[in-house]
Ligand binder design. Structure first.
Ligand SMILES: [Zn+2]
Length: 228
């Protein structure tokens, strides 16, 4: 049953990467009564496993899901470590590590397509899971970027108005994990690591950030299994 909003069910489009943040947002939207359609973008990322996670989680909970193939634009986006052009740094997030792992303008590219998708289906809300920890790191996760995009999206879709929503914009990754643990998010089915290995590498910036978020919650990350 979707969220009742003046008699109409509220539908939402979610950009679902298959990682921790957007999967938590998926579960939160469903708990809030939204009917969610999820979009995952294949932009040539090294960690294809993330896309598989998004597909499996959507199937598990019966959420309509599509993978949008943007691999044709990968050669236009330079030499990001996430696209296989450079080594993935093995350190905490720093400005240098962020510069190596940024995919240029990724969020605006994905949001533009998600907003077009929503408008075509008369779905009035598009969600993405940028959070406060991303701000200092990636320009297209900054609060000022989100605020500007909210305005741009409203202007671009005036005939079938679409609202951009980033409900995690003011909270940390540890806060997201706390919300997700409360909602029973199956974190063992999510993927964050920038390396596309069998198991999370444990040393790349996003592995370190994820581990810290669980530690703050005095919880174990079920995606990290002890050595057999
Ligand atoms: Zn890693």
């Amino acid at each position: 049953m979707g969220k009742d909003h003046g008699g109409d069910e509220i539908k939402a489009v979610l950009i679902l990467s298959g990682g921790l943040d957007s999967t938590t947002l998926l579960y939160k939207l469903l708990a809030d009564g939204y009917q969610v359609e999820a979009l995952t973008f294949d932009y040539g990322q090294r960690h294809k496993k993330e896309i598989e996670c998004a597909r499996k989680i959507s199937a598990l909970i019966g959420v309509p899901h599509q993978v949008v193939d943007l691999s044709a634009i990968t050669p236009l986006l330079g030499e990001s470590a996430l696209l296989g052009g450079k080594e993935v740094p093995a350190c905490h997030y720093t400005e240098e590590a962020a510069k190596q792992t940024i995919v240029p303008n990724r969020n605006m590219i994905m949001l533009s397509i998600a907003v077009g998708y929503a408008e075509a289906r008369k779905i009035s809300e598009v969600y993405y899971a940028a959070h406060a920890g991303d701000w200092a790191i990636y320009p297209d996760c900054r609060k000022s970027f989100i605020d500007a995009m909210e305005v741009a999206v409203r202007l671009a879709t005036a005939w079938n108005l679409v609202e951009l929503k980033a409900p995690f914009a003011g909270i940390s990754k540890a806060d997201i994990v706390r919300i997700g643990l409360g909602l029973g998010v199956p974190y063992e089915r999510t993927w964050s690591c920038y390396q596309g290995g069998e198991k999370p590498c444990g040393v790349c910036p996003t592995c370190i950030e994820r581990a810290e978020a669980f530690e703050i919650n005095i919880a174990k990350d079920p995606a990290v299994r002890p050595e057999e």
